[in-house]
Structure formats: C-alpha cells, structure tokens
Design a protein around this ligand. Structure first.
Ligand SMILES: CC(=O)N[C@H]1[C@@H](OP(=O)(O)OP(=O)(O)OC[C@H]2O[C@@H](n3ccc(=O)[nH]c3=O)[C@H](O)[C@@H]2O)O[C@H](CO)[C@@H](O)[C@@H]1O[C@H](C)C(=O)N[C@@H](C)C(=O)N[C@H](CCC(=O)O)C(=O)O
Ligand SMILES: Nc1ncnc2c1ncn2[C@@H]1O[C@H](COP(=O)(O)OP(=O)(O)OP(=O)(O)O)[C@@H](O)[C@H]1O
Length: 500
C-alpha cells in the first residue's frame, strides 16, 4: 500500500496557498477527485467537470474523512476544519500530485503513445503483440481494455484521468512492465489527462473528421492531437533519444514535424522516400503480405490484418518498436503473432457461403476505408448494417449514410446507441445524406442484423458497422447487452438451420 507524507506531496506544487495547518505526521493513503471515494485521511481534489463541479462535493469529502483538500475556488465554509491547499489549476495539480504519489512510474518504462483519428487500438495491439512475441513484459491501455502482461482490466475511457493513469502505471511497475503502449484520444490530450506521462515514442496515425462536438473545428482537433508531440519534450529519457512516428500519407505530418524536437520517423504505403515504406502489397481474405523497406533493406511481413490501412498501422507499430531498439528482423517476424483485434474487421465464424464481419468504423474515413477493403475480397454483394450514434456529432450522420450507400450494394439502416436522443431525429439526418435507393430501414438493430444475414446470398459479405467490441448498448436511455458478433452468430446459426 502506498503512503506518502502530506508535506512531501504538497511540496510538489510550486504555486499554492495553504489555509489551515497540515499535520506533518499525516500520511496520505489515497488521492481522489471523487468525494464518494474518500476515506479517512485521504486527499480530495476538486475538479470542475463537464457535468458538475467537484467543489460542490467538499462537504461529502469532509464527512467521509478527507485529510486535506486541493481546490481552486473558495470552499472555506464547506471544508470545516480540514486544511485546504488553493492552487491556480486543480487539473494540472492533480496530474503533478498523482505522478508524485505513484512514484513517477512512466519513468521506469519504455512508453509508446499512439494518437490519430483511426488505428490507435490496432497499432497498440500490434506493438503489444510484437513485444510479447519477443518475451518482453508489456502493458497496454486503450478503448477496449487495459492489459498488464496477460491480465485484463476494464477501462472506462480510451485515455483515463491522470490519477487512474498513474495508478495503473504503478501497478505495471509492480509487475515489472518494461514496455507500455497506450492510446491517447484528442479529448484526453486537450483535457490534460496525459500530463506527467513520460513518453519515449509518440505515433500519429491520421487525422480525419471526428469529435467535432468537442473540438468544433478541424484546426482545433489537429492542435489537440499535436499536443502529444509537444509533450514528447526536448530531452532524452534514461539516456535514450525519443522519436515521433508520423504517417507521411497524411498531410497533417507537416505541422506535426515542427511540433516535436524528437527525431521523426515517417512511414508510407505510397511514398518510397519515407523512412518506413511498404511495397509489393498483396491481400487475401484473411492475410496481407508486403515488403518493408528501411534504409534500402527489405523485410518480408505477413499480417493477419487485412486492408491497406492495416499495412499503414503495421508500419506505424514496426517504426515504434524499432525506435526503441528492437531489431527489424525480429519485429517483422513477430507481426503475425497478432491474430486480429476484437471488433476490427472481426470475422464472425460459421457462415460458409457468406462472409460476416464486425467493424468499429464510426467515422466517415474509417467507413470509407473498411468498405473499400471488404469490396476487394467480395465476389457477390456488400451488405452493410449501420446507424448513427445518438447525442454525438450530428454533422457526420449524413456523410456516413452517403458513404455507406455509395460503397455498399445494399444497406440496412438501423440504430446505434441512441442515448436520450429521439431515433426519428437521427435517422432523418442520415436519410438527408443519401442519394441512392439501395437501402431499407429496420429500427431494431438486432432485427436489422438478422435480416441482413438472412437475405445474404452465397458470395455476399455482410458487414456490421459502428459498434465493434462494444456490448453495452444504450437503448433510449436504458442500458442493455447487444454485441454485434453475438447477434450475428445466432443469426448465422438460424440461417444454417434453414438451409438444411
Ligand atoms: C465528458 C467527459 O469527458 N467526461 C469525463 C470527465 O468527467 P466529468 O468532467 O464529466 O465529471 P463530472 O461528472 O462533471 O464531475 C466533476 C468532478 O466532480 C466529482 N464528483 C462528482 C459527483 C460526486 O458525487 N462527487 C464528486 O466528487 C467527479 O469525480 C469529478 O471529479 O472525467 C472523467 C474522469 O476522467 C471521465 O471518465 C469522463 O469521461 C466520460 C465517461 C466520457 O464519456 N468521456 C468521453 C467524452 C471521452 O473522454 N472520450 C475520449 C475519446 C474516446 C474516443 O476517441 O472515441 C476518451 O479518451 O475516452
Ligand atoms: N489507419 C487507419 N485508417 C483509417 N481507418 C482505420 C485505420 N485503422 C483502423 N481503421 C478503421 O477504424 C476503426 C477503428 O479502428 P481502431 O479501433 O484501431 O481505431 P481507434 O483510433 O482506436 O478508434 P477509436 O478511438 O474510435 O477507438 C476500424 O474498425 C477500421 O474501420
């Protein structure tokens, strides 16, 4: 159990005003931004959130036994006799305190941070698989889950707040983790959730239309992602130089290059002058092969991930491990150890005459890319099933509906997580983007999936888009379990029974 002297902890903060007296004998056993989590002697830090203001929960924290409170608004009345440390910015203070409290865990690991609109999960899974195949001790954190070696932990956010992050990293140091790879969402970067994370390598996959409800403009979105590269810093880490891995096929690379002091390693599937270049690319339904060219040397690569965008993802992962000193002869051989990523062009087995896939594409670019890949290996029709998620990003609904109907032979429009937004409103926005008549609308997602699989003919591909690995489904405000792959597996069974 961690115990840090309150005076040592508070010492980390340079600009502060203490009201009351700190007990020099007090050892802090936990720091938390949630009053409901506070126990006797803990440090409570008030965060002004998106829903409520943590400064309004000081009384609960005090009632639960808070030993010290960190705030940036006047809470003197509510704090009763508990000492309060006032700071200019509790968000920044939280990351500094968390890092100190947990013993600066990222300093003792090799840390690879991955950002970009699409491909973050895939790249982190590739990095983890390559390193694991080489018997390295790994940790991973992202949208699907957190891994420490073979241990699996649930995650709430793609990138968690600084306390959750540092706590997880501390656990990883206890398990002697050598390499840690994580996804960094633009939202997290802008909210400062990664402050204090000492990175070795930062990777940028691509930048396309996403998260406009949060960033509002593409320029602001690009700036948020760029923060990762300024957070790489100017110096070395434990005697190692740092590296920025940038996708030369995405024009945002140019502005990211100047945002970082670290050495840049570029990768490309088009430009042979890039540092990591993929050539001689061939696809099958289940594998992709290519030659990696680095400094004139060629390395054959076989991956179980399909599609050109996964060649890009593989290049990013190879460049990241190379930057940490892993020989390319070994890394390229280890790529095939990743069987696939749940919910990313995941094959639903059992249907022998048709292909059924689940994919997490929920941005226009991802949808375009994945439908392009599926088309390449489909002899018959491409039938896609998708909806538009509620309460999020209205602008992308008509765009995705248009891309979906243009690039599929037939579409079954349905619901995604509606949340509390009326489905009628969501579907109306989607319909506004459609120019073809190759679709029907089945509101119930389960029925839509069943129908798609029932009408598919031999040689067709059915692709279920938007939800990937997600099982928690928000149906008009009620949470239910709905995992596309499970629903599809049942529908395939029914189809097979009806065929005999
Ligand atoms: C909108 C948003 O970003 N919310 C995140 C945020 O919560 P919040 O600011 O809304 O918190 P709040 O509910 O207003 O509470 C403010 C403070 O009061 C405290 N409080 C609250 C109630 C109480 O009784 N006592 C108390 O002390 C809370 O603990 C908190 O410190 O801070 C929490 C802790 O870090 C996050 O878990 C939470 O993520 C929610 C779940 C979320 O869905 N976020 C999305 C938008 C998000 O961050 N997504 C990105 C990108 C994903 C992608 O790329 O697709 C991600 O990285 O996950
Ligand atoms: N490099 C890429 N370029 C474009 N699309 C991609 C790329 N990699 C994956 N995709 C598409 O994006 C979807 C999500 O992939 P992945 O989970 O790896 O990305 P992500 O950045 O982690 O996304 P999210 O932050 O939404 O979880 C995939 O299911 C696929 O459709």
């Amino acid at each position: 159990m961690i115990c840090v002297k309150v005076t040592d902890l508070i010492d980390v903060l340079k600009m502060k005003k203490l009201i009351g007296n700190l007990d020099p004998e007090l050892n802090i056993g936990k720091i938390s931004q949630d009053s409901r989590d506070i126990q006797s002697g803990d440090l409570f830090i008030c965060i002004d959130g998106t829903q409520v203001d943590g400064h309004n929960y000081v009384e609960t924290a005090v009632a639960n036994g808070a030993g010290v409170i960190v705030a940036h608004k006047d809470i003197q009345k509510a704090a009763a006799n508990v000492p309060v440390v006032y700071v200019p910015d509790t968000g920044k203070a939280m990351s500094l305190l968390a890092n100190h409290f947990y013993g600066y865990p990222s300093e003792s690991m090799k840390v690879i941070g991955v950002t970009g609109t699409n491909g973050k999960t895939t790249v982190t899974y590739l990095v983890e698989a390559i390193l694991k195949a080489m018997d390295k001790k790994t940790g991973l954190m992202g949208t699907i889950e957190m891994h420490i070696g073979d241990e699996v932990h649930k995650t709430k956010n793609t990138t968690p707040d600084s306390i959750t992050m540092q706590k997880a990293l501390h656990l990883m140091t206890e398990r002697e983790t050598e390499y840690f790879t994580l996804e960094l969402s633009s939202i997290a970067l802008e909210m400062g959730r990664a402050w204090g994370l000492d990175l070795d390598v930062a990777v940028m996959t691509n930048l396309t239309h996403e998260h406009m409800e949060f960033h509002h403009t593409m320029a602001a979105y690009a700036e948020a992602k760029k923060l990762l590269f300024s957070q790489l810093g100017n110096g070395r880490k434990n005697g190692r130089t740092k590296a920025a891995i940038l996708n030369a096929d995405d024009e945002t690379i140019h502005s990211y290059r100047i945002a970082t002091a670290a050495e840049v390693i570029s990768y490309s599937v088009k430009d042979e002058t890039a540092d990591f270049f993929a050539t001689d690319i061939t696809y099958s339904r289940t594998q992709t092969r290519f030659n990696l060219v680095v400094n004139g040397e060629r390395y054959p690569v076989v991956t179980n991930l399909v599609g050109l965008y996964n060649v890009s993802n593989t290049l990013a992962a190879l460049a990241a491990v190379y930057a940490l000193g892993i020989p390319l002869e070994d890394a390229t051989k280890a790529v095939t150890s990743l069987a696939g990523v749940i919910g990313r062009l995941e094959i639903v087995p059992g249907a022998n005459d048709i292909g059924v896939y689940v994919d997490f594409a929920h941005s226009p670019d991802a949808m375009e890319k994945v439908l392009g890949v599926v088309r390449e290996f489909t002899q018959g029709r491409v039938i896609s099933v998708f909806g538009g998620a509620g309460e999020r990003e209205h602008e992308k609904r008509p765009i995705m509906a248009r891309i979906g109907t243009e690039l599929s032979d037939y579409v079954i429009l349905t619901t995604d997580d509606t949340g509390k937004e009326p489905q009628e409103q969501i579907i109306a926005m989607m319909l506004a983007g459609i120019e073809k008549d190759n679709y029907e609308y089945i509101e119930n997602r389960k029925e839509a999936i069943q129908h798609a699989i029932a009408i598919a003919e031999p040689g067709d591909t059915v692709i279920l888009l938007g939800r990937g690995h997600e099982a928690d489904y928000n149906d008009r405000g009620t949470m239910i379990r709905l995992l596309d792959s499970e629903v599809a597996a049942e529908a395939i069974e029914l189809r097979n029974e009806q065929k005999v």
